[in-house]
Write a protein that binds this ligand. Structure first.
Ligand code: HEM
Length: 490
């Protein structure tokens, strides 16, 4: 046996200590790497989008370099769905063009206005009836009532009179409400590490399940409409107008596999139609409801503006609501301050020619390999260099002689002052329909009711109305609006 002080024993001990030290370092490195991997945000890999809040930079990018800014980044959601399932996420190209063209030339065509107006009138009347039953309460939460009013109109445009039974429609409306509220949570979860994602598995499952349910609800309706159309062979079978679903069922689209100059064409699959119809409902409803809620909040807080609007609506020329100047100004002011969509997002694949154009005047640098760019619509509408007291709700700025006179809803090449419907190749194609719906509903709501603060004496400055925005995919009011409504004397 060797003694404790023998050189061999000392060497063995030194070797064991070195081994232990190495093992310790390896273990610490391993734990640190796992921790780093677990807490790494996906955007570290995909690069955080470059944010642009300056209107002049937005103009150079989206108008002068429209070709480079014509695609969107891969959407964080729906996970696992091909991007070709919605116009908004589809790459710029023949299929995108065909679907966009179908929507603008068919559903959103102004010559259809006659039929739209009668549908809008019915929807307005139904909304007024629903609200009338709430006039006795002190405190009405308006968002869900607005949502069901707008849903009734847009779902008729989407499915037609005979497209979907009442039970499926009510399921769809609930799904949409769930989707709007859960999207915020899922969006936040999708931006975090996989560890956080794991913890939010229930929310992600809810969203994935939602897309399976879309197929379950839509596909039987699509099959039934196809069958009916085959028997009827008649465009007027649907109460005199072609629904969006009808147009999608009949549409021939270029076969994407043929590339830019596709010659072959094909019909859309049921799955594609289902998601396009879901997109139509979402886009057609969310912007209108959000904008109505914000506008009513401002009108309740500033009764002098509400009275001025009511005077215009009670005037001699009030039958053509789309042309009333003060109503137009109120809606624009609301969209300037609260664009319902927070961003116009783009994916730029190369910096060639762009960095030089932007770089001299700004801090926006597109890396050579390209980047995702988010144009912050709320910041652009509230730019203090363009608007006086930008945080003040003052529709007069859009009237004759005001700084916003003649501002275009989708800005042209000259100047951008606000862009609630985006700009460039991917600007919103529903701008006409969105504006018409907001104006028709708002006109009826102000004509019929007085919008009052639910708690005028709470001392908070805005009578209990909280103007904080929800940080999500859609800029809802963080605290849903609660007001008191009374019928106006006729
Ligand atoms: C107040 C109402 C609305 C607002 C504020 C709004 C806003 C927007 C915005 C900001 C964009 C992105 C534009 C860009 O990236 O440059 C967009 C895109 C889009 N909007 Fe709207 N929208 C509204 C109503 C509608 C309606 C009624 C429809 C159709 C039914 C619609 C369909 C679409 C579609 C399909 C896109 C994607 C366009 C593309 O990528 O080519 N929107 N919208």
């Amino acid at each position: 046996m060797s003694s404790p002080s023998s050189p061999i024993n000392k060497e063995t001990m030194d070797a064991s200590a070195a081994h232990l030290l190495t093992l310790g370092i390896a273990f610490i490195t391993l734990v640190a790497s796992i921790f780093k991997l677990a807490t790494r945000r996906p955007c570290d890999r995909r690069k955080t989008p470059i944010k642009v809040s300056d209107a002049s930079i937005a103009r150079i990018a989206l108008i002068d370099h429209a070709d480079a800014f014509c695609n969107r980044p891969m959407p964080a959601f729906p996970a696992g769905r091909p991007v070709t399932h919605s116009i908004a996420s589809m790459p710029y190209g023949p299929l995108w063009r065909a679907l966009r063209c179908n929507l603008t030339s068919d559903m959103l065509n102004r010559s259809r206005l006659g039929i739209l107006t009668s549908l809008e009138k019915e929807a307005d009347a139904a909304l007024v009836t629903n609200l009338s039953s709430l006039t006795c309460s002190d405190d009405v939460a308006v968002r869900n009532v607005l949502h069901s009013g707008v849903f009734a109109l847009v779902s008729r445009l989407c499915f037609g009179e005979d497209g979907m039974d009442a039970c499926d429609l009510s399921t769809l409306m609930k799904m949409q409400q769930e989707f709007f509220s859960s999207y915020v949570k899922v969006k936040q979860a999708s931006e975090r590490s996989w560890l956080t994602k794991l913890l939010h598995w229930r929310q992600r499952r809810l969203q994935t399940g939602m897309f399976d349910r879309i197929d379950e609800v839509f596909i039987p309706a699509i099959v039934a409409i196809r069958r009916r159309r085959l028997c009827q062979q008649d465009d007027n079978c649907n109460g005199g107008f072609r629904s969006y679903l009808d147009s999608l069922i009949e549409l021939n689209v270029p076969d994407q596999e043929d590339g830019e100059h596709a010659r072959r064409s094909r019909l859309l699959t049921d799955k594609e139609i289902a998601f396009l119809a879901w997109e139509f409902l979402g886009a057609g409803i969310s912007g209108t409801v959000t904008s109505l809620e914000w506008t009513l909040a401002h009108l309740a807080v500033q009764p002098e503006i509400q009275n001025k609007l009511h005077d215009e609506l009670a005037g001699d020329h009030a039958s053509d609501v789309l042309r009333l100047p003060y109503l137009h100004a109120v809606v624009l002011e609301s969209l300037r301050m609260h664009p319902p969509l927070p961003f116009a997002s783009r994916q730029v694949v190369t910096a060639e020619g762009i960095t030089a154009a932007l770089g001299e005047s700004s801090s926006v640098m597109i890396p050579p390999g390209g980047a995702a760019v988010s144009f912050v619509l709320g910041d652009i509408g509230r730019d203090g260099k363009v608007w006086t007291n930008p945080d003040e709700f003052r529709p007069e700025r859009f009237m004759e002689g005001g700084e916003g006179e003649g501002v275009s809803l989708v800005p042209g090449p000259k100047e951008i002052k606000m862009m609630p419907f985006g700009v460039g190749r991917r600007h919103c194609l529903g701008v006409g329909m969105g504006m018409a719906h907001i104006k028709c509903f708002l006109a009826e709501l102000v004509r019929e009711f007085r919008w009052l603060l639910a708690s005028p004496d709470d001392g908070g400055g805005n009578g209990g109305v909280d103007f904080t925005e929800l940080d999500g995919f859609i800029k809802w009011m963080k605290t849903p609006l609660r007001v008191r409504i009374t019928p106006r004397a006729r």
